[in-house]
Ligand binder design. Structure first.
Ligand code: HEC
Length: 278
């Protein structure tokens, strides 16, 4: 079934790639917003922070019931505890994150001029830990997800303000992430954009395909399927596997660049993490 659909979306994809090739990040973002505005005339762009639940009334009703007793609450509490615990050398995450800590999530991922690469919040947490003499955490592990959940919770309501500075390395990282998003891969030969742009709003098996706008606002996420809180890169791994592509490592450079692009597309949207999803 996926194969048949992939032929139908091809012209739209070509257009997306060629239109995007000549544009900078801000033009890309405006073009994507205009696309969804046209595709979903009755839906405010800001509503896409709720993903598929912005597009499907029945699923939304079930989801709101789930949010009555948020399954990610324990993770927020655990994260608050570890945030307050001093690091090995007696310093704190607050000192390491800077003045606005712990309200920092809307500035990540960011371009780090020292390394010339994209730095995610998870990487920042681990560099704070290592600089203080602590072991780094597993990027997919419960400790990392709990601290991320706490920071996300504290950052709720802030609006993404991701920057792609003039530095050519930053621009290259952004372009790399964008290319990843629009490139077909896997045995099913699907790009991220195939499902989340061209086919957004359509049903795929039991699921409704969410718009890519808002994809970054609500992480980490408690998923019923995972039975735990997990990060955005875990979802990348899953979406790559769905099209039978070999997924990359969480926090690999390609996934960080993808996150950079995807989060830039959500610039101006309000953070609403952590969240729950089926
Ligand atoms: C074959 C179709 C397909 C492809 C290709 C695909 N996804 Fe997905 N994706 C899904 C489905 C189905 C879901 C669950 C329903 C939803 O939220 O859209 C999902 C969910 C997501 C979510 C979670 C949305 C939320 O509200 O929490 C993110 C983020 C995401 N995909 C990103 C990506 C990225 C990035 C790529 C490319 C690496 C990609 N997807 C490729 C089908 C796809």
């Amino acid at each position: 079934m996926l194969r048949t659909l992939s032929h139908r979306i091809y012209p739209a994809l070509i257009f997306a790639i060629s239109a995007a090739a000549i544009a900078g990040p801000e033009e890309d973002r405006n073009a994507l917003r205009a696309f969804y505005e046209q595709r979903f005339p009755g839906i405010e762009l800001d509503a896409h922070v709720d993903g598929a639940y912005a597009l499907d009334a029945d699923k939304r009703a079930q989801w709101l019931e789930m949010e009555d007793f948020p399954p990610y609450e324990i993770a927020i509490d655990d994260g608050a505890d570890s945030y307050d615990e001093p690091l090995a050398d007696g310093s704190s995450y607050a000192e390491c994150f800077g003045d606005d800590a712990p309200v920092v999530k809307h500035h990540y991922p960011r371009f780090d001029p020292a390394s010339g690469k994209v730095e995610t919040l998870e990487q920042r947490i681990n560099s704070c830990r290592e600089a203080a003499g602590d072991e780094p955490w597993d990027y997919l592990g419960p400790q990392m997800s709990a601290l991320m959940a706490f920071i996300a919770y504290e950052s709720r309501g802030e609006r993404f303000a991701i920057e792609v500075p003039e530095d050519p390395r930053a621009q290259a990282a952004y372009e790399d992430g964008k290319e990843f998003f629009y490139t077909r891969r896997g045995q099913l030969n699907f790009a991220c954009s195939g499902c989340h742009v061209s086919m957004a709003g359509n049903a795929l098996r039991a699921e409704r395909l969410s718009a890519a706008l808002g994809h970054a606002t609500h992480w980490p996420v408690y998923r019923l399927k995972w039975k735990e809180v997990g990060p955005l890169h875990k979802r990348f791994i899953e979406c790559n596997s769905q099209v039978r592509a070999i997924p990359l490592e969480a926090q690999s450079e390609s996934y960080r660049n993808l996150e950079y692009f995807l989060t830039y597309m959500s610039n101006g949207m309000a953070l609403n993490g952590p969240a729950s999803r089926k």
